[in-house]
Design a protein around this ligand. Sequence first.
Ligand code: AHM
Ligand code: MG
Length: 330
Amino acid sequence: MQHEDDLVHQNLMSLQTHVLAEEAKHPSATGDLSWIISAISLAGKTIANKVRRARLDDVLGAHGTENVQGEEQLKMDVIANEIIMRCLGDRASIAVLASEEDEEPRILRRSGDGGKYCVLFDPLDGSSNLDSCVGVGTIFSVTLNDPEEADGERTVCQAGTRQVAAGYILYGSSTVMCLTTGDGVDMFVLDQAIGSFLRVRTKMRIPEKGTTYSINEANAETFPEGYQNYLRFAHSSGYTSRYIGSMVSDVHRTLIRGGVFLYPPTAKNPDGKLRLLYEANPMAMLMEQAGGESFSGDLRTMEVQPDRLHQRVPVLLGSPAEVAKVREFI
Ligand code: AHM
Ligand code: MG
């Protein structure tokens, strides 16, 4: 039995309570960001439910359309995108919503009408793995709206250093949210029975080192030479390889266990495959807030100045010592 004092001081903390407590630390906070995180949490719970039921509800497989990047859209990509639009579209402080699945950002309201934030997201990253029941996820990034900028795409093209919040929801063997609002990374697990995300870890730290590398090694022959040399080093230095092919799952494992995750330039994707604004930047903010690092080429990922919504970048992220090791080679 736990001592009664322990029970008082080890309160169950829901995401909602956590966000309110964080807000209370900043007397000038208006609560707008808390409303957005609460909408993201509702979207996450709704998508988690759809993901679990996808085969039963016969919504696996192609939707019959392509997104702006020429990629086949799956029924679940479209469903997850719609859920996010329905959960976030009505939040008074959101100026612009931008999604991997939409060609253009949607302007919801101007700053004169209270539009204070932009929210960018990948509704269901790794969705091509859904039919094999692999973990997939929603990735999100929140930035401030620029009241001077009328164009939606230019508004959202902000460097990652300007993010005010970022995170992901992983629909895996459990549903997990990792969130940062710029003061460390906290982790929440969805308790299905009560319908709440409950905090399970605060101020997470990625291990300084970790001998796991995560990369689609089938592309190795078309990686720039430095990556090939790094892989030869890893092969002969006792490293192990783990690659799920679903970024949220691969990054989550990297955050928990340490190591590196990489998506380098390839012959097929000379700029890398992952999208800067709603995949690489939010993951970079989480990594840095947990004591890790993220680079895209020579630059910190979050210092890359975007010039278009669906821009791709190479990604190298993870434990600081391991990221440094890769950088010695590339
Ligand atoms: P998606 O946004 O179309 O789902 O693609 C992104 C996914 C990532 O989750 C994953 O890291 C990567 O694509 C895997 O790509 P590949 O199959 O080329 O290794
Ligand atoms: Mg994606």
